[in-house]
Each structure stands twice: as C-alpha cells, then as structure tokens.
Design a protein around this ligand. Structure first.
Ligand SMILES: *[C@@H]1O[C@H](CO)[C@@H](O)[C@H](O)[C@H]1NC(C)=O
Ligand SMILES: *[C@@H]1O[C@H](CO)[C@@H](O)[C@H](O)[C@H]1NC(C)=O
Ligand SMILES: *[C@@H]1O[C@H](CO)[C@@H](O)[C@H](O)[C@H]1NC(C)=O
Length: 345
C-alpha cells in the first residue's frame, strides 16, 4: 500500500513537472510571438518621438496638433506617442505625411473619440488615414453617434477611414454601430484588433488581413433588417481586393447577423480558422440589395468552429474552401506583407 501510494506520488510529480515544463515552453513560444509596442518600435528603428499628453505633460495635448507638426513629405519613421486618455477630436493623417507610427498605451487606455453621423461616410469618420506607411498600436477609435432608426437609418457613423496603401493596426479597437470600419483601399493588416458594430461594419475595397481579431456584433434597434459584418465591394474579377479573417472570433448580442453581403459583383470575403458564435444566421451570406448574379461572389469559409459555422443552410453560392484553395489567402503574401509590414504572424 505504502509502495503503491509513493509510486502514485512519483507519477503525479512527473506529470506535474512535465506539465510545468511544457507550459513554460508554450508560454515562451507565445511570449515571443506577442507583437508589442517595444517590438514595433525596435523594428521601425527611429528616435523621433512626439508625445501627446492630455494632461499637458507632453509636447502636445491634441493628437491632430502632433500630426500637424510632422513635416510634409516626411520620409523617416516618426513616433507619435498618444498617452493614456480620451482625446475628443477628429484626427486626419493627410496624404503627404507617410511614416507615422501612432502608439497608444493600450486600446483600453488611449482613445480618439468623436460623435458624428452623416450621409457621407468619409465626413463622419472620427479617424482618417490617407497617408501610406502608417502604423497604429494600442489605441481605440470610436464614433459615439447615437444609434437606432431615428439616427442612422440613412446616415453612417464611421470610426476609422483607412484610405491608403500599407497601413497596419496592432491591438487597436474600432467602435461604432453603422459602418464602423471603412476599409476603403490599399493593403492593410489588422492584428489582434477589436471591431464592433451592427450593420455593414467592415466595408470597402481594401485588400486586408484581419489576424486574430475579435469581431463583436451589437444588436440594432431595427427589427426587420439583419445586419451584416462585412460589405466588401470588389467590383471586377481583376480587382485584387478582399477581406481575409484568419483566427480570432465573431460573436455578439442581440439580433443575428450575416457574415457578409454582396456589395460588389465580385465581393470577396474569407473567414478561416475562426470561431463563429450563434449570432451568425444559418444562411451566412446575403445578396440583399444586390440584383446581379451570385456566381461571381467569393463568400467563403475554411475550418471555422462554433455554432455559427454550421455549413448546412448556407446560401447556395457560399463556398467551403479546401486547404489548397485557402492557401493564397492565409499567406501574408496576399497583402505582400513581407515587403512592408514591420511584424506579422
Ligand atoms: C537620431 O538618429 C539620427 C540618425 O540615426 C542621429 O544622427 C541622431 O544623432 C539621433 N539623435 C538622437 C537624439 O539620438
Ligand atoms: C445625417 O447627415 C446629414 C448630412 O450628411 C446631417 O446634416 C444630419 O445631421 C445627420 N443626421 C443625424 C441624425 O445625425
Ligand atoms: C439571392 O439569394 C436568394 C436566397 O438565397 C436566392 O433565392 C436568389 O436566387 C439569389 N439571387 C440570385 C440572383 O442568385
């Protein structure tokens, strides 16, 4: 009996130590992979920093004032450090100011907030980036315009308008209801971001990878319309735009949602390796407000999990991809990331 229990003890001890060692290994591996602000700072290699501090302890108290101070035609990376605080202002990065790295103190701590609803998406945007080579880390963009039929049935409230090539967001938050993220054009990378909305809230003609992002659907007050997460607007076969969601999760409260609706005739959206909650309607995709053939729509899924990933009941044009079909979309080469991204996974 005594012998047996000490054997049991030793067995447990071995299992325990193996567990601890393995956990450490796994932990180290993940720790290496975490894309944080020091890593990005190191990669872009610059010593030019402008500090924005709402309490007056930096170089500026407004984010836009710091951007205004960046020289036109800027050619070297410059860090704009947005310290903890809620910055109530509209912020625009104009076309002639590339190479800005906007670094917050975390998406829960540094936020740019405005409240505007407009029939013009661009006009409503809290944050607009029109310059290429822009990176943001750890900052939230929010449009607080009131939601519901009375306010936004015609109008949109964009949190971020991304209208340039080679733009990346790491650990950022995007908050609004109707049309949150206008991914207008260019190659973009979103890593570990949080995107919240109710209707068509990731839309445009960007060529974009959403890696390990959290997409949160909030209920819309309208009863008869189900919202859609994406409204991708690829218009021709030649156009190389499309949204790729790889890993991460899509969930929400309130009404059910479509994964995407056909905005352009060649609308292209792929959800791969993602958790999809029951918030996703069984049909998955919609051609609502689109009258053409559904033949050219590229509405696809690959190895998604969760109650919302059930393939039976999907729209007839929806595709479940094979490993070979999905491969080009899961490679960072889809956005030529190796050429311009400071860090990718
Ligand atoms: C910043 O970097 C430049 C070029 O690498 C260098 O010439 C300059 O001395 C540096 N300035 C400071 C304050 O370190
Ligand atoms: C809708 O947009 C128009 C102009 O684009 C604006 O004047 C109006 O105030 C907006 N409505 C609401 C409810 O915000
Ligand atoms: C649009 O979707 C509905 C529902 O899935 C389908 O019955 C209809 O045929 C589709 N329209 C076209 C043009 O394919």
């Amino acid at each position: 009996m005594a012998w047996s229990s000490s054997t049991t003890f030793i067995t447990f001890a071995i299992i325990f130590f193996t567990y601890v060692t393995l956990t450490n290994v796994v932990h180290c591996l993940t720790a290496q992979k975490v894309i944080d602000s020091p890593l990005l700072t190191q990669k872009i290699h610059t010593n030019r920093t402008l500090k924005v501090d709402i309490n007056g302890k930096g170089d500026f108290t407004s984010v836009q004032a710091a951007i205004d101070a960046v020289p036109e035609g800027n050619k070297q990376w410059i860090i704009i450090h947005v310290r903890k605080g809620v910055y109530r202002e509209k912020v625009i990065i104009p076309r002639n100011k590339p190479y800005i790295f906007m670094r917050g103190n975390g998406k829960g701590r540094s936020a740019i907030v405005w409240s505007q609803s407009s029939s013009d998406n661009v006009e409503s945007a809290t944050f607009s980036v029109e310059a290429s080579h822009f990176i943001a880390f750890g900052i939230s963009f929010k449009n607080e315009a009131p939601t519901g039929v009375a306010y936004t049935s015609q109008n949109q409230s964009v949190a971020a308008f991304v209208a340039a090539d080679k733009v990346a967001f790491y650990h950022c938050g995007f908050y609004s209801t109707h049309n949150t993220l206008f991914d207008y054009k260019g190659r973009h990378y979103y890593d570990n971001c949080y995107i919240q909305g109710s209707i068509d809230f990731i839309f445009g003609r960007g060529r974009s990878v959403f890696h390990s992002c959290e997409v949160f659907v909030i209920g819309d007050k309208r009863v008869s319309i189900k919202g859609s997460v994406t409204a991708q607007n690829r218009e021709t076969e030649k156009e190389n735009s499309g949204f790729v969601f790889n890993k991460g999760k899509l969930y929400g409260v309130g009404d059910s949602v479509y994964l995407g609706r056909a905005k352009g005739a060649f609308s292209r959206v792929i959800y791969a390796n993602m958790y999809l909650s029951k918030t996703v309607v069984p049909q998955g995709w919609t051609n609502w407000s689109y009258s053409g053939t559904t033949e050219n729509l590229y509405h696809a899924e690959y190895k998604c999990k969760g109650p919302g990933a059930e393939a039976t009941g999907r729209a007839e044009w929806a595709r479940q991809l094979t490993e070979k079909e999905v491969a080009p979309f899961l490679s960072i080469d889809f956005i030529n990331g190796k050429e311009w991204l400071p860090v990718w996974l």
